[in-house]
Write a protein of this length. Structure first.
Length: 296
């Protein structure tokens, strides 16, 4: 990974999606000699092809947007502090992806973590969500032509993710937050969502039916880790975890199983998302340390 040299100050910028794609393009081409940069693979990607199809005038407008945001200089070259930031965003060894849906809004966030720094890139979509958290495809009815790029210290990964979650205490609380008054723990329940849809689930408590068929919010979280491309442990097996939550009157962690009852819903307290993120990141870092130790 590139050495840190004058990191940009932590903060948030908002630019168009194509302008960010141009920043990635210019960064990868500038750093083509770095072992972790796969320029040939990038050139086959959809973003590279989309940028290549733009008129020079459009590319010029995007370049002006990058300059106005301070990402590039007057000559169009990506400023040195941003070279590392963009590389962390696209190729960090530890990555977090989250999708939070609430009503007709879906927020997608990707975090890259490396060398004590983090970069989060988020964009929003307008969707029509089918009944249930995972019972069918989501119809995308619009995508905002903007991304938010947040720069933060690695230990603030939860704060970077929390910022883009729906403003609901159950989702945004820190680990160890108390349950709402009068809402005791509900334990763990096995459900078949197909049976709920076919029969209406008359025998199932209303809150569980809502969590499966009509949740107020859902959050999908994935944490992954892989040794940097070109390093001594390059090509080693990757670490990956996945978690899902559904919010009705209370927050449920949703697990899939096998057999006739494929869903397990566990009533979890506010702060479970934050606590799970911390554990998954710890697992990712331990995986990378073990991979490096095996090579040493």
């Amino acid at each position: 990974m590139l050495e840190r040299a004058g990191d940009p100050a932590p903060g948030i910028i908002r630019i168009s999606g194509l302008a960010w794609a141009l920043a990635v393009d210019r960064t990868l081409r500038t750093l083509a000699a770095e072992p972790e940069v796969d320029v040939a693979g990038y050139e086959r990607s959809a973003p590279a092809r989309a940028l290549g199809a733009l008129d020079p005038a459009d590319t010029g407008r995007l370049a002006a947007e990058l300059a106005a945001a301070g990402i590039s200089g007057a000559d169009g070259a990506i400023r040195e502090p941003w070279l590392l930031a963009v590389m962390i965003a696209v190729s960090a060894p530890v990555r977090v992806s989250a999708v939070a849906r609430s009503g007709e809004c879906s927020v997608h966030t990707d975090l890259g973590l490396a060398g004590g720094r983090g970069v989060a890139v988020a964009y929003r979509r307008r969707v029509r969500t089918p009944e249930g958290p995972d019972t069918g495809p989501v119809d995308v009815v619009g995508v905002d032509d903007a991304v938010e790029v947040a720069l933060f210290e690695e230990q603030d990964a939860w704060a970077a993710l929390r910022r883009v979650l729906p403003e609901v205490p159950e989702l945004r609380s820190a680990p160890g937050a108390p349950r709402p008054p009068g809402l005791p723990a509900g334990g763990r329940t096995r459900l078949d969502p197909r049976e709920l849809q076919e029969t209406g689930g008359a025998a199932v408590p209303q809150d569980l039916r809502d969590a499966v068929l009509a949740p107020r919010c859902t959050v999908h979280l994935q944490v992954s880790a892989a040794p940097p491309r070109g390093g001594a442990t390059s090509g080693a097996a990757a670490y990956r975890s996945g978690d899902v939550w559904a919010l009705a009157d209370r927050l449920y962690s949703v697990r899939t199983t096998v057999g006739d009852q494929p869903l397990v819903l566990e009533d979890v307290p506010p702060g479970d998302i934050a606590a799970t993120l911390q554990w998954r990141l710890l697992g990712a870092r331990e995986f990378l340390a073990a991979s490096a130790g095996q090579v040493a």
